[in-house]
Design a protein around this ligand. Structure first.
Ligand SMILES: [Zn+2]
Length: 394
């Protein structure tokens, strides 16, 4: 029998609807959330909204089925990355169907997953499952998994919390059991200004920043050469990277300020705090004494920019074997990109894996798309999940 490659009308209509809301992370996501809330309300399901401080954005949490038992949580983020500066063939917020593909911002990352889950909500309710399916839709994932943290706090303290979670980030429906963690910082270097002819009497913030960046580069080289390594990742070791550096105004002025942004993208087994401490002790022992010999007010300070914990599920964990059986796969993968899965697992104590339609290589790009085959695979996954949770199906 030929593989069905056309998604159901319900899934397609919901993908078109969700992509139509411009939920770029800087915008409010409330129109989308209100739509989902209304859709679920029509099915008799109440949603819990967890807002940000300004009430411009919200997470949505809803339970399909009995409220008093753990069940399976399906999770996705509602925000998308900007289209600024990208050249799109057609309007990014209107789905274009072409040759088995659906084009539009968020089709792969990750509104198609949310759409398919919602398309199955009527059936989940009609089947009166003994095991509930929880929906968790977040905001501000794309700017450092910021929004979901409020939901994670709530979940952690729930009397009955989900037994496991599937994050539907695009993995082409492969079961992903681990991702790297990321911690990023901004360093501020305070120097002392002077005319450049008097440089030895001043403290050059750009030069001391450069020495610290060079030290980070040395750490990166050491880790790349000596590990630790995990060959399941495409970049098989922790990486250290500086992405932004700002300082100085004119060549004949010794700069008094410089800042730079850097990150540790680490294997689950590596500790970013240890790496950060290594940098800080180099600065405290080598750079700051020299700076402060000239002026005691000089030195380095740091602010943490973002922190996404790694995901590190064991191969023999229940959530891994369960989701593999639903996806009908024996293999699993590990990915370098961060997701909310690490937060659900490490902070809310909910065993989590990633499995969703579409490909990360098609995300964040102009003319982002999802293949309809991927949507169909996700629909098949949902059918199998519902059958598995329905004790009335043999
Ligand atoms: Zn995503």
């Amino acid at each position: 029998m030929a593989q069905q490659t056309v998604a159901s009308p319900a899934s397609l209509a919901l993908i078109e609807k969700l992509v139509g809301f411009d939920t770029t992370s800087r915008e409010s996501n409330l129109e989308l959330i209100d739509f989902v809330k209304g859709y679920l309300q029509d099915l008799g399901v109440e949603s819990l909204l967890v807002f940000d401080t300004e009430k411009r954005k919200a997470n949505l949490y809803a339970t399909l089925g009995p409220q008093d038992r753990p069940g399976i949580m399906l999770s996705g983020h509602t925000d998308v990355v900007p289209v600024d500066g990208q050249v799109w063939t057609t309007d990014p917020f209107t789905v274009r169907r072409d040759a088995g593909k659906l084009f539009g911002r968020g089709t792969s990352d990750m509104k198609s997953f949310i759409a398919v889950v919602l398309a199955f909500a009527p059936e989940i309710i009609a089947r009166k499952l003994d095991t509930p399916i929880h929906l968790a839709f977040s905001y501000d994932e794309e700017i450092g998994c910021v929004g979901v943290r409020r939901l994670v706090d709530l979940l952690r303290n729930m009397p009955v919390k989900p037994a496991m979670c599937i994050v539907g980030e695009p993995t082409e429906m492969k079961v992903v059991i681990a991702h790297k963690g990321k911690k990023s910082y901004r360093a501020h270097v305070r120097g002392v200004e002077s005319h450049s002819s008097l440089a030895p009497n001043a403290v050059n913030a750009v030069e001391y920043a450069a020495e610290a960046v060079a030290y980070l580069k040395g750490m990166a080289r050491r880790i790349a050469a000596k590990g630790p390594f995990d060959d399941d990742f495409d970049i098989r070791h922790t990486t250290v990277h500086t992405g932004v550096m700002k300082g100085g105004t004119a060549l004949n002025i010794v700069p008094k300020e410089c800042s730079f942004d850097f990150e540790f993208r680490h294997l689950p087994a590596d500790d970013p705090d240890t790496l950060f401490a290594e940098l800080k002790s180099y600065i405290a022992e080598t750079l700051e004494p020299e700076m402060q010999a000239i002026d005691a007010s000089t030195g380095f300070s740091f602010e943490e920019l973002s922190w996404i914990p790694s995901l590190d599920a064991r191969e023999d964990e229940d959530v891994v074997t369960f989701v593999k059986s639903i996806a009908e796969r024996n293999d699993h993968g590990k990915v370098a990109f961060g997701t909310e899965a690490g937060l659900f697992s490490k902070h809310a104590g909910i065993p989590t894996v990633i499995c969703g339609p579409g490909s990360i290589s098609q995300a964040h790009r102009p003319d982002e798309f999802i293949a309809q085959e991927q949507v169909v695979l996700c629909e098949t996954f949902m059918k199998r999940l519902i059958d598995r949770l329905d004790s009335k199906v043999a």
